[in-house]
Design a protein around this ligand. Structure first.
Ligand code: PLP
Length: 354
């Protein structure tokens, strides 16, 4: 039986993507070879990479706007360093909204001056700071559009004069935004796009080439752009699976259609969290993430009973991160509404039998 997978990442992917990806490992499109044993320089793989990049830009509405999509190695965590390597000359400005932003700041500090324009650390990152100013000589502002651990999400992009950089690992392709406001947008695949192993980096080419430092090849976005993500052997399985997910997304109406579904799931989930006296939402209401709903139990002594009810209903992956405690229901694109309904039903039953 397929479980209701609320895991924060790696996370649920569309069933048909899993099937096609598994099939391609056996044999890629009748080629007599497996996806993972063909040359990445073969026409068949180049076509896969090109399609993945094209779909990414198309879904984000960035085709023909001077952007390049890259599929790189090293996870979002490597981009914490790479973004600074490629952009930081005078100063990097950072909005600190949680664990991942904090890590991005730490990496950038290895290279130069960093200013934290605002932080919500004072309230265990349960909200998104909105009033802040950016130093005039900052080369860029780095934000985290969705804070996977704390369950908060930037709803309105800041209006700024410098380059906007975002770690969008956990909400890429989940909602409509004006993506042309970003200079660089990156996301580890394993939250909303594919298996772990590749990271999508969408970069506006004219933000590159402005720093005076030497950039190591593997961190050099200009080099990766010039080689179409083929400077070294790409993670072929992760790229192929991501391509399939993006194709699935496009065939199902793109970001607009999935956003409507995500909103329905989030409304159902938060509606129950707010209604049910046994639970308490963690994030500030106006900043609640549509991807990761964080909540705690009013009476911790009831935890064992709730956990066992969830297990009986085949619900998995809802344990909260240790920095928040309680529960976290991640509702990525591929999670069906029926899974959320199942969790909500269990919460209701839990209340009824408490
Ligand atoms: C999961 C996550 C990361 C870490 O990604 P890796 O690919 O494991 O390096 C970074 N940022 C955010 C917002 C995440 O959710």
């Amino acid at each position: 039986m397929k479980k209701h997978n609320f895991s924060a990442g790696p996370c649920i992917l569309p069933g048909e993507v899993m099937q096609q990806a598994a099939q391609a490992v056996q044999e890629l499109d009748g080629s007599g070879l497996s996806l993972i044993e063909i040359s990445h320089r073969s026409a068949a793989f180049i076509e896969i990479m090109d399609k993945a990049c094209e779909l990414a830009l198309e879904l984000l509405g960035l085709n023909g706007k001077g952007y390049k999509a890259l599929f790189l190695h090293g996870g979002a965590s490597t981009q914490f360093l790479a973004t600074a390597y490629n952009l930081l000359e005078n100063m990097g400005a950072y909005l600190n909204t949680g664990t991942w932003s904090t890590k991005a700041i730490k990496e950038a500090k290895l290279l130069g001056k960093v200013v934290e324009v605002a932080s919500s650390a004072d309230a265990n990152f349960n909200y998104i700071p909105k009033e802040y100013s950016i130093p005039a000589d900052a080369d860029y502002l780095h934000i985290t559009t969705n804070n996977t651990i704390f369950g908060t999400q930037v709803k309105t992009l800041p209006e700024i004069d410098t380059v906007l950089v975002s770690d969008s690992s956990s909400d890429i392709f989940s909602r409509q935004l004006d993506f042309s406001k970003f200079g660089i947008l990156y996301a580890g695949a394993q939250k909303n796009m594919g298996p772990a192993g590749t990271t999508l980096v969408v970069v506006k080419e004219d933000v590159l080439g402005k720093v005076t430092r030497c950039i190591p090849s593997m961190l050099d976005y200009s080099l990766h752009c010039s080689k179409d993500s083929m400077f070294n052997t790409p993670p072929v399985f992760a790229v192929y699976s991501s391509m399939l997910t993006l194709d699935w997304l496009q065939k199902n109406g793109g970001i607009k259609a999935i956003e409507a579904k995500n909103n329905t799931k989030a409304e159902l989930m938060y509606g129950e969290i707010d209604r049910n006296p046994l639970f308490q939402g963690f994030a500030a209401v106006e900043d609640r993430s549509t991807m990761n709903a964080t909540f705690t139990l009013e009476k911790v002594e009831l935890k064992e009973r709730f956990d066992s009810m969830c297990e009986d209903a085949l619900i998995c992956g809802i344990n909260g991160h240790r920095s928040v405690g309680g529960y976290r229901a991640s509702m990525y694109n591929a999670l069906p509404l029926t899974s959320v309904q199942t969790l909500v039903d269990v919460m209701k039953e839990f209340e009824r039998t408490a």
